[in-house]
Design a protein around this ligand. Structure first.
Ligand SMILES: [Zn+2]
Length: 279
């Protein structure tokens, strides 16, 4: 099984505002970022499947509608699984989530406090998490840093999810990018909460951090809770697989510990559909 738990669609104008401005600066490119359904389909031709994320983050200019994702994934049932996104700052967010799920047959929720500008452990948002639990929807959290100046960095620490995990022990939650740069904090939250997972998506950007993240996960004994993901279009699954299989190059000629090959292969071949009970 080769399944990517973290991929995006970005239609024309959907990756905009403050995020696009910051991306242009960070990447030194003036181009619009695009990942259309057609591009996505082609990139995932040879994979068994992927989660495709909507993104409702007006605070930072991201707007990938639930309907847009649903229209695409509905053409590939059993292969692509769409996650809805609802900005928790919207009035009636739980109701909006329920409507999106029922109308569009999406099967998860995407949240990103540093893009949506909300504090996850603020109890006013707990009704949204309760709704996700009631509908058996895993929540994919971007709970880590970002380069967007307008985003709430102080809302994006992995430990902010611990009160939610304790209140909703059955709610499945995934911390994207192993909570970078707070990788060890992410590992501690995931280790103590049975329904929490983390993904490796985009960690190929920083190979030294990636190597240390995997070593730390081995030492804490939590590698079975690491899911494979790319963060397409920022990386392709092939680029992530190559980065993982090359991770031990840092150890050559040193006494640094190696990430066991069987751990790397187990992550790459993780059966996320079964773990998250995606339907
Ligand atoms: Zn992402």
């Amino acid at each position: 099984m080769l399944f990517d738990c973290h991929t995006h669609l970005f239609g024309p104008g959907q990756f905009g505002g403050a995020t696009l401005a910051a991306a242009k600066k960070a990447w030194g490119s003036d181009k619009e970022l695009l990942a259309t359904p057609e591009m996505h389909r082609e990139a995932f031709e040879s994979l068994d499947g992927a989660v495709v994320l909507a993104f409702d983050a007006p605070a930072t200019g991201l707007n990938v509608p639930n309907e847009y994702v649903a229209e695409y994934v509905s053409r590939f049932q059993g292969k692509f699984f769409g996650f809805a996104s609802v900005d928790p700052n919207r009035e009636n967010a739980p109701l909006l989530l329920e409507e999106a799920i029922k109308e569009y047959q999406l099967c998860g929720l995407k949240l990103g406090p540093i893009y949506q500008n909300f504090y996850p452990n603020d109890r006013q948002h707990f009704s949204l998490y309760a709704k996700a639990e009631e509908l058996n929807l895993p929540i994919m959290w971007h709970q880590g840093t970002s380069f967007v100046p307008e985003g709430y960095l102080d809302a994006s620490r992995p430990a902010a999810l611990d009160p939610i995990a304790r209140e909703f022990p059955k709610l499945k939650m995934i911390i994207a990018h192993m909570g970078h740069p707070w990788v060890d904090e992410c590992i501690s939250v995931v280790r103590k909460n049975p329904s929490m997972y983390m993904d490796v998506s985009a960690l190929a950007s920083r190979p030294w951090q990636f190597y240390n993240a995997l070593i730390s996960a081995v030492e804490y004994g939590v590698t079975d809770k690491i899911l494979f993901g790319s963060d397409y279009p920022f990386f392709t699954p092939d680029q992530m697989i190559e980065a993982m299989r090359n991770i031990n190059r840092f150890t050559e000629g040193t006494s640094l510990p190696r990430v066991p090959e069987e751990v790397i292969e187990a992550i790459i071949h993780r059966n996320t559909i079964e773990l998250l009970e995606l339907k």
